[in-house]
Design a protein around this ligand. Structure first.
Ligand code: DCP
Ligand code: MG
Length: 424
């Protein structure tokens, strides 16, 4: 951990066109060609695209329909989350072996705090050797930035791409940032970008010169953080990654039970709630653990590594399978729990490869209703327990939020689906 006042050395590493690079490793015919990975349906979006496709204006998060229109010769691939997850883990293992402190920020991105390393090696030399080693051992290209904090290092990686590395020492930070577009600041999304552009602010240098108070009144607390970043200030620490960092849910029964169908339903609703939490926080999990405690307090857990996901329809069968494997003794159960770990930042389109328009639509609709009326407001009918129903009918008398006619229509549609939903 860095000592206050001491200059830090922070590395940011990000794989180049990660999904495309993994596909190219598996099929060398894709090398040198425009390749796009993403959901195939009309509502699908681009997850990753090669530089050859980027030349046509294709970029990630673009609707697939538009990407195909821009680059008709592109090879479009549905994607293989299992393979990407496997390669992601190998990269993390190599970094874990070498780096004193590292944070896995997303499926293809890590921050390393190598402060103090300069006493033994040059920090850039160390970074260069690690990057070479990752490329040699995985066969995948990666770029990196080395600077005094996470923001500047990440921006440096972006400037070094593809297949490059860049060091920005403390004294050069301002000159480096100054001419770059405000878009390069990781926190600036579309809305903030357009707001600032409408005020004539386009470069980081200009942004850094406007009074901090003005950013405060314009964007509140976030405005101040953005202003500091524009001035090369970012004190956020590199938080050591732990596969054990997790979210979970447990239920102890008032009366011990052997009702397997009821327990399945409970696990379904736990998974549903936790997966919604993942999506809300824009996270993905890579490990599911189920726990049971028998009435004699014997406790057993079983876990399974999974490809990065935040989808209930992927996680539910895994949790139920783990439960079935765990529940071997026909004994009364006192507690069950579900836990997701190995979390990284990531958005749901990451594994919308097997998507149908219906599936995308379903998640968007259900999550929107939950955000508006509470995480318990909409549940899969199979995850509903008898006591839930009783609670719900009691609660419905008290309920304050009344769905709009538009939401009411959405709720009626959900109730008639293949996976039936229930609105409290
Ligand atoms: N990803 C995604 N949807 C997005 C952004 C990313 O599914 N909107 C996935 C696919 C990417 C991976 O995450 O391969 C890593 O994201 P990056 O932003 O690092 O993108 P790439 O690695 O593809 O390209 P770059 O070389 O610019 O890092
Ligand atoms: Mg990347």
């Amino acid at each position: 951990m860095a000592v206050t006042g001491m200059e830090r050395h922070i590395v940011h590493m990000d794989m180049d066109t990660f999904f495309v690079s993994v596909e190219r490793l598996m099929n060398s015919k894709l090398i040198g060609k425009p390749v796009i990975i993403g959901g195939m349906s009309d509502r699908g979006v681009v997850s990753s695209c090669s530089y050859e496709a980027r030349h046509f204006g294709v970029h990630s998060a673009m609707p697939m329909k538009m990407a195909r229109a821009l680059c008709s010769e592109a090879i479009v691939i549905r994607g293989d989350m299992d393979a990407y997850t496997r390669h992601s883990r190998v990269v993390t293992e190599i970094i874990a072996e070498k780096a004193p402190v590292y944070e896995k920020a997303s499926i293809d991105e890590h921050y390393l705090d190598i402060t103090g390393m300069d006493r033994f090696f040059g920090c850039m030399q160390w970074t260069h050797e690690l990057r070479q080693r990752i490329m040699k051992e995985t066969g995948l290209p990666i770029s990196c930035g080395l600077s005094v904090n996470k923001t500047v290092s990440k921006i440096a990686t972006g400037e070094a791409k593809p297949n490059g590395e860049m060091e920005i020492p403390d004294r050069q930070v301002k000159n480096f940032l100054s001419p770059l577009s405000i878009r390069k600041i990781p926190m600036i999304g579309n809305q903030t970008f357009h707001l600032l552009r409408s005020m004539g602010i386009s470069t980081i240098g200009t942004l850094g010169q406007i009074p901090m108070e003005m950013m405060d009144s314009l964007l509140g607390k976030n405005g101040i953080v953005i202003w500091k970043k524009a001035n090369g200030i970012d004190p956020t620490p590199v938080v050591q990654y732990s596969e054990r960092k997790s979210i979970g849910s447990e239920r102890t029964f008032q009366r011990d039970t052997m009702d397997v169908a009821g327990l399945h339903d409970l696990i379904t609703s736990m998974v549903e709630k936790l997966a919604f939490q993942l999506r809300k926080e824009e996270k993905l999990t890579s490990c599911v653990t189920v726990k049971i405690r028998y009435s004699n307090f014997d406790t057993h857990t079983l876990q399974k590594r999974v490809a990065y996901t935040s989808f209930d329809h992927v996680l539910m069968p895994i949790a139920r399978e783990l439960f079935d494997r765990l529940y071997q003794r026909r004994m009364l159960i006192r507690l069950v729990g579900v836990r997701f770990s190995g979390l990284v930042r990531g958005v749901q389109q990451l594994n919308l490869f097997e998507d149908t328009s219906e599936m995308v639509h379903l998640y968007l609709a259900v999550d929107k209703l939950r955000r508006r009326y509470g995480s318990d407001s909409v549940k899969r009918a199979s995850g509903i327990q008898l006591h839930d129903l009783e609670e719900r009918s009691a609660q419905s008398q008290l309920q304050k939020a009344v769905p709009s006619p538009e939401d009411r229509q959405q709720i009626d549609n959900l109730k008639n689906r293949r996976w039936r939903y229930w609105y409290r």
